[in-house]
Design a protein around this ligand. Sequence first.
Ligand SMILES: C[S@@+](CC[C@H](N)C(=O)[O-])C[C@H]1O[C@@H](n2cnc3c(N)ncnc32)[C@H](O)[C@@H]1O
Ligand SMILES: [Mg+2]
Length: 249
Amino acid sequence: MNRSAQASGAGTASAEEVARFTAMAEEWWDATGKFKPLHRFNPVRLSFIRREMAAHFGRDPQSPRPFEGLTLLDVGCGGGLLSEPLARMGFAVTGIDAGDKNIAVARLHAEKSGVPVDYLVGGPEDVTAASFDVVLSMEVIEHVPDPSRFLALAAAALKPGGVFLGATLNRTAKSWLMAVVGAEYVLRWLPKGTHDWKKFVRPSEFAAMLRAAGIATKVFRGMEFRPLTDEWRETMNLDVNYMLMGTKG
Ligand SMILES: C[S@@+](CC[C@H](N)C(=O)[O-])C[C@H]1O[C@@H](n2cnc3c(N)ncnc32)[C@H](O)[C@@H]1O
Ligand SMILES: [Mg+2]
């Protein structure tokens, strides 16, 4: 990490967007608070990551710590909802976030949980090039001013042959209805104004930005809320929430 760059603030972040998250920082680990949707779909994200990473790196997905010996950078880690469980799976995790309060909460929680995660304030522009086996950035690019630049810098942190894992919201009529109107105004899962539909990213756009950064996208999977059973599931439908996995050539 370049420590002087951290002090000047992350050049890839929007101050307004980061302030939105730091204002709710105390609630990161409250499963019924403002980050409830992240908590609710976390098991789906984690099983996707475990499965795809075990397949890619030839590890046993059933083993308790399948990813021992691999380094992972979580870009825009927030309170560490992914960083911590991934460290428990054996990854040596570095979590970075542009919000200092988010990092403070993440650090405190990891200490209390006894999970080793290296947390630092910053963005992908602060990371040493070619230093990670896996770079993960979930639910972040729809909150950055220049996603192409953000992804190019995140991709640069990967070693050759490394894996990029991402997640965001698709830009469809259905995502406007479900993720903006439904989640913010009807169900009130998220504070109003959390998401700007225009900043949602189509899977083809995400893949094109990654391709320009030297990453070939291999897997796309959707995440879908099932109201009848009140749970999130992995699906092939990418209309609203989706995740992807790609490798650096
Ligand atoms: C919706 S939260 C997602 C948190 C976490 N990735 C998760 O899925 O649980 C978005 C986070 O990205 C951070 N962020 C936004 N732009 C960033 C940037 N350019 N560099 C680092 N962090 C950023 C925000 O501060 C916020 O904590
Ligand atoms: Mg979001």
